[in-house]
Design a protein around this ligand. Structure first.
Ligand code: ADP
Ligand code: ADP
Ligand code: ZN
Length: 221
């Protein structure tokens, strides 16, 4: 299949979903829909929703399905999704995957491709502990693997970079458990639908992106 543009990207916390998503959406000119970014935006703005989700996120637990599905439903209904979409960090449970099937049918854009980035646990710990993010535009950097041009300053907007509140060893443990128990079963879900594509996330950022492009552009390796 050529030029797929209804996409999801999956993988454990720190696998590189956000990093690859930034590049994919530039290449395909589709909206980047990150539930994590949307929740952090709500928290930053001090909304009711932000207050409700903060306690889950800070502890590393998943936000309840009904809340999460509702924000994705609203986001997918906006007109910019008429060209396609990249969902990053959603779905994370089977209930969310079922809901997504219905939502994407309603907008006549069923998911065509589920990219699954795999990375082993040691590398995840290394990536999460060195991750720095821009509080303004959400871009992520790494103190060793993706240094900003100027130390601790966002290349795009010049803001000071910060460490995410949930990028602590305690929270990471909870997140990895949530991934194993609740999210990993989705690999089989999308395998059965024959739209799962495996990506070796242990390679460097450029090489991972190259592999993704081969899949999205329908070129055979
Ligand atoms: P990571 O970089 O660890 O993959 P995200 O930025 O995608 O994390 O998400 C941060 C947090 O936001 C998660 O640990 C979880 O608490 C919440 N969250 C994000 N997406 C979902 C989702 N689809 N379902 C439930 N909770 C979510
Ligand atoms: P996720 O969205 O899956 O949680 P991120 O894209 O935020 O992951 O990446 C987690 C951290 O690892 C960031 O600091 C990022 O710069 C870094 N990173 C991403 N991809 C790679 C890679 N292929 N090799 C090394 N470091 C990476
Ligand atoms: Zn920035």
């Amino acid at each position: 299949m050529k030029n797929m543009s209804n996409l999801i990207i999956m993988g454990p916390p720190g696998a590189g979903k956000g990093t690859q998503s930034e590049r994919i959406v530039q290449e395909l000119n589709i909206p980047h829909i990150s539930t994590g970014d949307m929740f952090r935006e709500q928290i930053k703005n001090g909304t009711e929703l932000g207050k409700e989700v903060a306690r889950y996120i800070n502890q590393g637990q998943l936000v309840p399905d009904d809340v999460t599905i509702a924000i994705v439903k609203e986001r997918l209904s906006r007109s910019d999704c008429s060209k396609g979409y990249l969902l990053d960090g959603f779905p994370r449970t089977l209930a969310q995957a079922d809901a997504l099937r219905k939502l994407t049918e309603e907008i006549h854009r069923p998911v065509q491709c589920a990219l699954n980035i795999s990375v082993d646990k040691d590398a995840l710990i290394e990536r999460i502990s060195g991750r720095r993010v821009c509080p303004k535009c959400g871009n992520s950097y790494h103190v060793i693997f993706k240094k900003p041009r100027v130390e601790n300053i966002c290349d795009t907007c010049g803001s000071d970079l910060v460490q995410r509140k949930d990028d602590t060893p305690e929270s990471l443990k909870v997140r990895l458990d949530a991934y194993e128990n609740q999210t990993k079963p989705l690999i089989d879900f999308y395998k059965k639908e024959k739209i799962l594509f495996e990506i070796d996330g242990l390679q460097n950022i450029d090489k991972v992106f190259e592999d993704i492009l081969v899949i999205l552009k329908g070129e055979t390796k």
